[in-house]
Design a binder for this molecule. Structure first.
Ligand code: GAR
Length: 217
């Protein structure tokens, strides 16, 4: 695969970022907090969701950010939802889109519109344990270490080029409590990693070479 320039930093001004969430939004909150520093290099323009009544949207509203919600069930077909979500995000002219606990598979129109510029965070060490149950699938398999992966989104489920990973050890106690404590430990590592990666992409830009995400400097 040829090298492709995917995003060059915006000069002047911070990179424009839209974040998509489905749940508690602690990763979103970490990004909001980091972006409060002008030196971070990224500005969050809006937060979108696939459902109402989630803490992630409350966090966005508390930070004074515009929010939008597009629920799959309100559309006659999945591609209509895909188009609406694509248009809503494109309206903010983002340099980067971050899916931070967004529990829907993005459609082909969305992926084409923001190709190479969608950053996802996943609670397992990809390519192991993709999908919606990364934490409990790793526990059930019996691996001794798991963690989180920040990667670019492609047309597959959690198959895009990996940017960074963090490792978390699994203890015997994790099997007893069903994975909640493990997920919280993963999220502690994940928030720090996501903030670091988004900041680097925003400040330095990136390109993709043979599945490797290259960040200058
Ligand atoms: C995070 O652990 C994220 O990796 C996971 O949901 C959590 C969201 O937490 N995403 C997935 O499992 C996607 N397959 P948050 O709402 O507190 O940021």
């Amino acid at each position: 695969m040829a090298s492709a320039e995917v995003f060059s930093p915006r000069t002047p001004g911070p990179a424009r970022v839209v974040v998509l969430v489905s749940g508690s939004g602690t990763n979103l909150q970490a990004l909001i907090d980091a972006a409060a520093d002008p030196g971070y290099g990224a500005e969050i323009l809006a937060v979108g969701a696939d459902r109402d009544g989630i803490t992630g949207l409350e966090r966005a509203e508390r930070a004074g950010l515009p929010v939008f919600v597009h629920r799959v069930k309100d559309f006659p077909a999945r591609d209509a939802w895909d188009r609406e979500l694509t248009d809503a995000v494109a309206g903010y002219r983002p340099d980067l889109v971050v899916t931070a606990g967004f529990m829907k598979i993005l459609g082909p129109e969305f992926i084409a519109a923001f190709a190479g510029r969608i950053v996802n965070t996943h609670p397992a060490l990809l390519p192991a344990f993709p999908g919606a149950h990364g934490v409990t699938d790793a526990l059930a398999y019996g691996v001794k270490v798991t963690g989180c992966t920040v990667h670019l989104v492609d047309a597959g489920v959690d198959t895009g080029p990996i940017i960074a990973q963090g490792v978390v050890e699994i203890t015997d106690a994790d099997h007893a409590d069903g994975g909640d404590a493990l997920h919280e430990r993963i999220k502690t590592v994940e928030r720090e990693l996501l903030v670091e990666v988004v900041g680097r992409l925003a400040r330095e830009g990136h390109r993709i070479e043979d599945r490797k995400v290259r960040i200058p400097a």
